[in-house]
Design a protein around this ligand. Structure first.
Ligand code: 5GP
Length: 194
């Protein structure tokens, strides 16, 4: 997605050769116009698929997920990273291992928000090693709902997650695929290499 790549070039900061900071438009301050474009692009990429619900992970997946949900007119459910006072029972949980933080965290969704009749589009901000996406898939599949596909705003294609998920047969649509990060340069996978 050209506009997104342009935004990453203009406002993204490569903190190291593995971590990209995009707090000017996605991870802290949010660019609503860009999120709207992202929502439309997700809808286009999954246009022949049945989608009854979108599942994402708090907090940075919520903005792009809500835009897609608005266009598709389906509810958006975000998995919580912390247990809330009002969300204790009837939870479906899974664990996410973070390579960057080297810790395992539990994420959860209230089971009442997913059913076996749902066709779920999973959306997240980043795909790195695939652990967050795998945990979201696990939650959806524990309810016997179907994972229709996975929409990612930024995939770091030099990490394993994309291959792991594609090898499992899921349709993954990443709107920007980064080939390499480093020394203040951000290189994208060209469309031909997809
Ligand atoms: P994974 O589970 O695929 O290894 O990592 C995906 C999750 O880690 C995303 O939900 C995202 O929040 C975070 N993440 C991974 N890499 C980056 C990165 O380079 N920049 C930012 N801002 N978040 C990242």
């Amino acid at each position: 997605m050209e506009k997104l790549q342009q935004k990453i070039i203009e406002e993204g900061v490569a903190l190291s050769d593995t971590v990209l900071k995009v707090d000017k438009f996605l991870n802290h301050q949010i660019d609503p116009q860009l999120m709207h474009e992202i929502g439309k692009e997700f809808v286009k990429r999954f246009e022949n698929k049945k989608i009854t619900k979108i599942v994402t992970l708090e907090s940075s997946g919520i903005a792009p997920a809500v835009m897609a949900g608005l266009i598709l007119d389906v509810p958006v459910v975000f998995a919580r990273k912390k247990k809330s006072l009002t969300l204790k029972d009837g939870l479906i949980t899974s664990t996410v291992y973070s390579y960057t933080k080297q810790e395992t965290n539990e994420i959860s969704v209230a089971e009442k928000f997913l059913s076996k009749d749902d066709h779920v589009l999973i959306i997240d901000d980043f795909l790195a090693n695939g652990q967050a996406a795998l945990a979201l898939i696990d939650i959806v599949e524990k309810t016997n709902a179907e994972v229709t596909g996975i929409g990612i705003v930024i995939e770091k294609a030099f990490q394993d997650g994309g291959d792991i998920l594609r090898n499992k047969g899921y349709q993954i649509e990443s709107l920007a695929r980064i080939k390499s990060l480093g020394n203040k340069s951000i290189e994208f996978v060209s469309e031909k290499e997809y």
